[in-house]
Design a protein around this ligand. Structure first.
Ligand code: 3HC
Ligand code: NAI
Length: 696
């Protein structure tokens, strides 16, 4: 096997090349290789300087995450970086691609840095629930100052080379061949006898920082950091840079890093990092499966979902035609799209020129004759089987013979929809989440006859339109919404038993979701579910418990935020839910009517009653093969439902609680509350075997 780090001399410069595809992660062998390369450069009488560069598509993209959790093998990265900095010959980092995490730390250990204009530099550790653990929190503020360092380290977002140059992180931007430029730069350094710049010895940016700055920063971390531990520890580590000598700051950083590494949050976040990549791998649809190019699209229906779906295509530069039944509906739909873009421009997140470009890619039509050339048609018309089948029947003639025919249905049977065409192989579900232009999740629903090429194309399209595509099976509610049924059901049952909407919502919010079930219902609108429940009322099993409170609220004309009242009431123009005594009275009345003696319900019970149905149903879904992996379910919940990343998704969360404990609790609920709590056989088996969903 070739070694992952090579040493060669170019002129008077020793070149240390890291070659560990795909991203040159700092595995044990790479760390050792860099140390060896440095030793060779030091011993090489003809080398006056050294350059560290990455082979392939990138500089070093960080520590090797796969080694985390295993015993650390020497050499320690901090040691390697110390060697670099203490080299008596100048060492230059040559950056391209992404210099991230430990890779960026290696670069900061070098005396100087060159970069191509497309290079990106950053510390993404916080996104893995960690902090830069090889001097990054101590060296970065010494170059860019404490405030800029806090922002970079707690956001995890990389910066482009030009910005890095402006901040003093990059000394030279190389326009041509990177290695040539870096070698020339290193030769110049050596020839001029420029002093070696050791960042660890720079003190002026960290010497005199008011402690209040850190308190203010922590307070201002905001909603996106709520519940996360790492951003706070990142701030602690940067504060150490401003208050301790370098060596002690490094020690403090190490302790903070180790603390995070041992915690559950980093394990959960690393689980999601790998799960997101795993989700693209479909055992019976190999990587080589042909993918149809999608150069144009059509969307049927310009309602709540159709408009947002069309925006996704336009955002990716794909022209899209939106078809409606009437000019009025079309105008209304496209006006909403325009309003959404304009709001983004207003916030300064999109330029007017970009908005105009995107709007120009979205055309409207009332005629199927205008969608005959689209590579994909996404249907987002009313949620009624007869309407869907009628539309797919028309597509049979109107769409190109090889076009993908996708449906955005949220509850209907994909196979029955596909039966309206003679090309079921090209029919697939693309279940977007509302608002479709914002939510990252795309459930890709495989019908019984969906072809592999159609699946591969839909997965590829998800990536192109910047969605996280997860392949799921055809069943009622697919994966995400199917699991949600039990969550909503229990939340409502808890009301009659003694809780109030605000208590349930607070428990779920404190657990880390953006909002609880009742606030969510008010936001989404309560009338949709009501209509569905009324449709199913005649066939509802009478022996099962049913909560009528949701229906009664709708009968009162309270459909949620849009009518100013739902589970809560709302002041005019405000989205803030206000607990409503009228609802409390309704709950008390209903409990009495149902003969339920209300009791004090603990937060712990609320959490379990709401979360464990997700886990139990998730286990059934896995057993039925409707999701490929437990980790796919976790990805669905993170991107579609705002489940806190630091808990790793519902299935990972179950693993952290312990499946034995989850199973026992579910059995307890089964005894008290009956049939709805029948434990899933897979959960029972794993619990008995002492296994986790991750072990499947
Ligand atoms: N360690 C191990 N494997 C890694 C890795 C890493 N740091 N980074 C990426 N990989 C793997 C991926 O899992 C994937 O494997 P697969 O092909 O088997 O699924 C493969 O490399 C390619 O990755 P992507 O599909 O993500 O490739 P992209 O080109 O889309 O993105 C990237 C490249 C921007 C580098 C992206 O992979 C990324 O963000 N990686 C993580 C970077 C990171 O978080 N670095 C910090 C690590 S922690 C650290 O350094 C601690 C230090 O401070 C001590
Ligand atoms: P909507 O009622 O807001 O929009 C539907 C649009 O389709 C209307 O503008 C209507 O005029 C148009 N339409 C109806 N029949 C048509 C036909 N034959 N040809 C062309 N246009 C026609 O509905 P919404 O909410 O956008 O839902 C659309 C689909 O998306 C449904 O299948 C729904 O289940 C699904 N969905 C909805 C979500 C939501 O949160 N609203 C989430 C995920 C999926």
């Amino acid at each position: 096997m070739s070694t992952p780090v090579e040493y060669q001399r170019r002129g008077s410069v020793g070149v240390i090349t890291v070659n560990n595809p795909p991203v040159n992660a700092l595995s044990t062998a790479v760390r050792q290789g860099i140390a060896d390369g440095l030793a060779r450069a030091a011993a090489d009488p003809d080398a006056r300087a050294a350059v560290i560069i990455g082979a392939g598509r990138t500089f070093i993209a960080g520590a090797d995450i796969r080694e985390f959790g295993k015993p650390l093998q020497p050499p320690d990265l901090n040691e390697v970086i110390r060697h670099i900095e203490q080299s008596t010959k100048p060492v230059v980092a040559a950056l391209h691609g992404t210099a991230l995490g430990g890779g960026f730390e290696v670069a900061l250990g070098c005396h100087y840095r060159c970069a191509v204009p497309t290079a990106q530099l950053g510390f993404p550790e916080v996104k893995l629930g960690l902090l830069p653990g090889a001097g990054g929190t101590q060296r970065l503020p010494r170059v860019v100052g404490v405030e800029a360092a806090l922002r970079m380290i707690t956001s995890g977002d990389p910066i482009p080379a030009a910005q890095a140059k402006a901040l003093g992180l990059v000394d030279e931007i190389v326009q041509g061949e990177l290695l040539d430029g870096a070698v020339a730069f290193a030769e110049r350094l050596a020839a001029e006898g420029k002093p070696l710049r050791k960042i660890s010895e720079m003190q002026d940016k960290v010497g005199d920082v008011a402690p209040a700055l850190f308190d203010e920063f922590r307070k201002g971390l905001g909603k996106s950091a709520r519940g996360f531990e790492a951003p706070q520890r990142c701030a602690d580590a940067v504060q150490a840079a401003a208050t301790l000598p370098f060596a002690e700051g490094l020690k403090r950083e190490r302790e903070l890093f180790a603390g995070l590494m041992q915690g559950t949050q980093s394990k959960a976040q690393i689980h999601i990092f790998f799960s997101e990549r795993e989700v693209t791998k479909i055992p019976d649809v190999p990587k080589e499966t042909p993918v149809k190019p999608i150069g144009s699209a059509a969307v049927l229906g310009a309602g709540t979902m159709g408009g947002g779906i069309a925006m996704n295509f336009a955002n990716a530069g794909i022209p899209v035609r939106v078809l409606e039944m009437s000019q009025e509906a079309l105008d209304r739909g496209l006006a909403v799209v325009r309003k959404n873009y304009a709001a983004t421009v207003e916030k300064g997140r999109l330029s007017q020129a970009d908005m105009d470009r995107r709007m120009s890619l979205i055309g409207g039509t009332l005629s199927y004759g205008d969608i005959g050339s689209a590579d994909i048609v996404v249907e987002a018309v009313f949620e009624e089987m007869a309407v869907k089948k009628q539309v797919f029947g028309i597509l049979e003639k109107a769409a190109r013979p090889d076009a993908i025919l996708a449906t955005n249905t949220s509850t209907l049977d994909i196979d029955e929809i596909a039966s309206a065409t003679s090309r079921p192989g090209q029919v697939i579900g693309t279940h977007f989440f509302s608002p479709a232009n914002v939510m990252r999740l795309l459930e890709i629903v495989r019908g019984a006859r969906t072809s592999k090429e159609t699946i591969a194309t839909a997965m590829d399209l998800a990536r192109k339109i910047r969605k996280v595509g997860v392949l799921v099976g055809n069943c009622d509610g697919f994966v995400g919404n199917r699991m949600l049924h039990g969550y909503i059901r229990e939340a409502e049952f808890l009301l009659a038993e003694g809780a109030l909407p605000q208590q349930v919502d607070r428990v779920i919010y404190d657990f880390g979701l953006p909002m609880g079930p009742f606030t969510m219902g008010d936001l989404a609108g309560l009338d949709v579910g009501w209509r569905i429940r009324k449709g199913k009322a005649a066939t509802r099993p009478t022996h099962l418990r049913y909560s009528p409170i949701g229906d009664r609220i709708c009968e009162m004309g309270r459909f949620g935020q849009k009518t100013g009242a739902g589970w809560y009431r709302y002041e005019k123009g405000s989205r803030a839910p206000i607990p409503d005594p009228e609802i409390e009275a309704l709950i008390l009345r209903t409990a009495k009517e149902q003969g339920i003696e209300r009791r004090q319900i603990s937060d712990d019970e609320i959490l379990k009653r709401c979360m464990y149905p997700l886990i139990n149903e998730g286990a059934r879904i896995l057993e039925e093969g409707k999701a490929l992996r437990a980790s796919d379910i976790d990805v669905i919940y993170i991107y579609g439902y705002g489940f806190p990343v630091y808990r790793g998704g519902p299935m990972f969360y179950a693993d952290t609680v312990g499946l034995g404990a989850v199973y026992d609790t579910i059995c307890g609920f089964h005894k008290v509350h009956g049939e709805f709590w029948q434990p899933a056989p897979l959960l029972e088996r794993l619990a008995r075997e002492g296994k986790r969903f991750r072990d499947l």
